[in-house]
Design a protein around this ligand. Structure first.
Ligand code: ATP
Ligand code: MG
Length: 470
């Protein structure tokens, strides 16, 4: 009977067949709660077809194969997963032998990428946390950070090295059940982000988990479990020891996935923002903090809105906004000490970015873009003659203009200047020429022109010497 049902299950791929055969398959997960197909909502119809191919093929070759992590979590919530991660007991070389379209990546821990055109399915072999292995001591640094995590294991071992219970649910392609070793299903229903094991220890092993906790809380509208929440404050400082390149990857996920404002608020609430952006955090503490806070919030709101509208977003624009006030403040201090304005802004921009990249490795092409956006701000004051027509052809004009609007919205730049540029860029050439003609009185009065220029530049006060585009 079992053989017939197994056979039936293997050849049928419709979900209604799943419920008929679920209970006779895979019974080896002792110690786990197995949620049979009729008791959960994850259907193969929602699973990426290439991921399914990989799962079936591994099974056909005699291996176990599961979906795990964010995709199971998101499917349970009826959301579209970002990617589909497969885990198996096949080792990377075995996976490579099965799939001709496979390449192995990673030196320390090898992963298989099975490629279907541009669609890449990541296949990992079960790993175990070394701390579970009684014969080997885990390699931790002085702060308790895990330095080694690359020993193959079984599913029962793999589960304990995952971060949160909701990320440790396995969808079994053998019987379409969900296997839960850690109470992830209950936490899922309760909307709780709970670390597997001791919260403090897990954060010390990998402090980035604190950022992940915030990210998932916002993205899923879940709460942090009390233990998880309580373990953040004592460990937040450990984030400063994370390689800046990894933090760059994390902040991209934190701020560019459509929930930037809430993420920012939660990161501040848990004292994590100050570790990521120390200078910005300081600028939010000043008494007159309305402008920098508005600047940050408005920039994040803009990005969130653009993502909601399916428009492209860039991280450099956001970082330019986050660091604008700290850069201005630095420049003012330098001017007060007697440095010429242009030098002061140039140096302030360099120092602000240099300090920030020590914490978060912003790639060089982005820091250059930030400097350009900043430096172009002073160019918006010149609205007479040939300069405006040159400025709108600048490759960074659009971003710089958006930045000007952001500043105008927060009271940092005159609204009428932003409005003038809004009109100017959309007018035809004839009108543009009219708009940039000097006033008659100005034509005749060189001294008046100088006075007007001084007045305008004082308003924006953003002389940055960086550009070579004048
Ligand atoms: P999403 O892809 O939607 O951002 P995710 O949970 O899939 O979320 P990934 O970074 O793709 O996140 O990781 C896949 C899975 O790997 C996680 O669900 C988790 O089980 C495990 N994982 C990832 N990062 C860590 C970590 N720092 N510590 C422990 N487990 C982790
Ligand atoms: Mg994922």
């Amino acid at each position: 009977m079992n053989v017939i049902l197994t056979f039936l299950k293997n050849i049928l791929s419709l979900d209604n067949a799943e419920s008929e055969v679920f209970d006779v398959i895979d019974k080896k997960h002792t110690g786990a709660v197995v949620i049979a197909r009729p008791a959960h909502c994850v259907s193969r119809q929602q699973v990426n077809e290439n991921a399914l191919k990989v799962l079936y093929r591994l099974r056909k070759e005699g291996f176990d194969s599961y979906l795990v992590g964010g995709c199971v979590r998101d499917l349970l919530l009826g959301r579209e997963p970002k990617d589909f991660d497969v885990v198996t007991n096949a080792e990377p070389e075995q996976i490579a032998r099965i799939f001709s379209n496979c390449r192995l990546i990673g030196k320390r821990f090898r992963l298989a990428h099975v490629c279907y055109g541009r669609d890449v399915i990541e296949v990992a072999t079960f790993r175990k946390a070394i701390s579970d292995d009684k014969t080997q001591k885990p390699r931790l640094n002085k702060d308790g950070r895990l330095l080694q995590d690359n020993i193959y294991g079984t599913i029962e071992e793999d589960v304990w090295r995952r971060d949160f219970t909701i990320n440790a649910l396995y969808y079994n392609i053998r019987d379409f059940s969900i296997i839960d070793y850690v109470g992830g299903m209950e936490d899922h229903k309760a909307g709780l982000i709970r670390l597997i094991g001791d919260a403090g220890e897990r954060f010390r092993e990998d402090p980035v988990r604190m950022l992940r906790a915030v990210r998932f809380a916002v993205k899923l509208a879940f709460r942090l479990h009390h233990d998880c929440e309580a373990a953040i404050a004592p460990n937040a400082h450990l984030l400063a020891g994370i390689p800046p390149a990894r933090l760059y990857d994390e902040i991209s996920k934190l701020f560019l996935t459509g929930y930037g404002v809430q993420t920012f608020e939660l990161l501040r609430q848990y004292g994590l923002f100050s570790i990521l952006f120390p200078a910005t955090d300081k600028s939010l503490m000043y008494e007159e903090a309305d402008f920098p806070k508005m600047m940050v919030i408005k920039a994040l709101e803009n990005s969130d809105q653009r993502i909601a509208d399916n428009k492209p977003v860039t991280l450099y624009f956001l970082i330019a906004a986050l660091l604008w006030e700290p850069m201005l403040r630095k420049a003012k201090e330098k001017i007060a000490k007697g440095l010429p304005e242009s030098n002061a802004y140039y140096e302030a921009a360099s120092e602000t970015l240099t300090q920030q990249v020590r914490r978060i490795a912003i790639p060089r092409h982005l820091t250059l873009a930030i400097r350009e956006v900043w430096s172009l701000q002073s160019k918006f004051n010149a609205r007479v003659g040939a300069k405006p027509s040159r400025l709108i052809t600048h490759p960074r004009f659009r971003a710089a203009y958006d930045f000007l609007v952001l500043r105008a919205q927060t009271g940092d730049a005159p609204l009428d200047v932003a409005q003038w540029w809004e009109a100017y860029q959309h007018e035809n050439e004839t009108t543009q020429r009219k708009m940039t003609q000097p006033q008659v009185s100005e034509k005749n009065s060189k001294s008046k022109r100088k006075r007007t220029y001084r007045k305008k530049t004082k308003i924006a006060a953003t002389h940055l010497l960086l550009d070579t585009h004048d």
